[in-house]
Design a protein around this ligand. Structure first.
Ligand SMILES: [Zn+2]
Length: 462
């Protein structure tokens, strides 16, 4: 195709790349991919979309979310609707689904079918293994296009979300190492959490703060050490699925220095929420690991600035509202927060509040999660040849309102309801098509596609 021919689409605005911002720039699109990036007068195009004065970011890639923990695969539809409205164009969905976790290639392919029929945005999929056995399925799951594996040191449910014992985990890591995929781990020590919870309940300590007290930092770092030792032993790329502690990233770096492939991600709540917030929010502030102290939030930002946080995700888990209501026993409340639709405005706000540029967001909420899930070079940035996925942010003074969440009625709750935001998502584009115009989601169920892992290179070796 000649360069003289008009582009299909040109978007103007301040273009946010991973390393710099192009003020008064433009991105030109042919078909579904980015064909040119420039500054100044926009080139001829069949369609011109002007976002002058707004930020054109790469579509966000949420490396960690749960569409189907409470509703099963029908949950994909609503969770991805809120993604479209939130500027998130690719989600990496966890495998702990009801009634059937993703433990075999057949189940994986069945879930891919649901994604292709019902998703509003593009979707990569994690896979997992059964509590007993299941290691023989790992190669087939990688072959089917899984972006990563997920295992847990803590048991929520023996079938859906089991604890994997040490011998099984070690064998699983050795097998996963041969696939080249990352394995993300839910990192909490089972014995400590169970004992501390039993003791709290026996003493009648069931108010919200006891969720934090029964899962102190040591419960997390004990699990980090176990999995990193096994990483060193097996050569697998072992990744903390959510570190609420700067120490998790420091340990990952320490083990990398010793030759292991270790990394970790922060969820956005650990970059702003504190223990006081669970007292205020009660059940709607319950997640695992729990919120930490204000001093720990500061240390988390030091880890971000030091470049040891691999990426930032949401851990979005849209539990039905009744499951989050506190009636005197915090232990009876489901763990997990909604965070998809607030992700982009909140991340931008936190960066503004800390004097950091939007490029950090392009890197930690798009480029890096895409790389860790092997979705590059198709996903994760405004680059020539990448898919034309954009999140357009309109800077200003806004307030996040949970009633605007585009998901089923009982999932319209947010721990950030009422929070002041420094931007809103004015528009979202998926592969060259606008899927959110600031008011309405234009994507339909099935507009989104399954995105298989593109290669077997580890993000730690690039
Ligand atoms: Zn999670």
């Amino acid at each position: 195709m000649s360069d003289a021919q008009p582009y299909d689409l040109v978007i103007t605005g301040d273009i946010v790349l991973a390393d710099r911002i192009i003020p008064g720039g433009h991105v030109a699109v042919r078909g579904e991919v980015i064909a040119a990036i420039g500054q100044g007068a926009p080139p001829p195009a069949a369609k011109l979309a002007r976002f002058d004065g707004k930020l054109v970011l790469p579509g966000l890639v949420d490396g960690h979310m749960h569409t189907s923990s409470s509703t099963g695969w029908p949950g994909i539809e609503g969770a991805t609707l809120s993604a479209a409205a939130g500027g998130v164009t690719t989600v990496c969905d966890m495998p702990y689904d009801v009634p059937q976790p993703v433990t075999s290639p057949d189940v994986f392919r069945e879930k891919v079918g649901w994604v292709e029929r019902t998703s509003h945005v593009d979707c990569a999929l994690y896979a997992t293994i059964r509590k007993e056995g299941g290691i023989e399925e790992i190669a087939g799951l990688a072959e089917a296009g899984a972006s990563a594996f997920k295992l847990s040191t803590y048991e929520y449910d023996a079938h859906r979300f089991p604890r994997i014992d040490h011998p099984t985990m070690l064998a699983a890591f050795a097998e996963i190492a041969t696939t080249g995929l990352m394995v993300a781990i839910h990192n909490e020590d089972q014995e400590l959490v169970v004992k501390l919870t039993e003791a709290a309940k026996a003493a009648g300590n069931t108010s919200p703060i006891w969720h934090c007290r029964t899962r102190p930092p040591i419960t997390e770092t004990m699990a980090d050490l176990e999995i990193f030792e096994m990483a060193l032993e097996t050569g697998a790329h072992v990744h903390i699925a959510h570190s609420s502690l700067a120490r998790g990233f420091e340990l990952a770096k320490l083990y990398r220095g010793q030759g292991a492939r270790t990394s970790g991600e922060a969820c956005i709540q650990y970059l702003c929420m504190t223990e006081e917030d669970i007292v205020r929010l009660q059940g709607f502030g319950k997640c695992n690991p729990p919120f930490r102290t204000a001093a720990e939030v500061e240390r988390m930002w030091e880890a971000v600035r030091a470049g040891i946080v691999s990426y930032v995700s949401t851990d979005h888990a849209p539990w039905p509202r009744p499951k989050k209501e506190y009636h005197g026993d915090i232990f009876a409340v489901g763990a997990g927060l909604t965070g998809m639709q607030s992700f982009a405005p909140l991340m931008y706000t936190l960066l503004v509040e800390r004097g950091l540029p939007a490029t950090v967001m392009a890197r930690l909420c798009s480029e890096e999660p895409a790389r860790f899930h092997g979705l590059d070079p198709r996903k994760g940035g405004i680059r020539l040849g990448a898919e034309a996925d954009f999140c357009i942010l309109e800077p200003g003074e806004f307030v996040f309102d949970e009633r605007t969440i585009r998901d089923r009625e009982d999932a319209r709750w947010s721990p950030w309801h009422g929070r002041a935001m420094k931007a809103r998502v004015a528009s979202t584009w998926l592969r060259g098509q606008e899927i959110w115009d600031g008011t309405e989601v234009k994507a339909k169920p099935g507009t989104g596609r399954f995105v298989p892992r593109q290669h077997r290179r580890s993000a730690l070796e690039a």
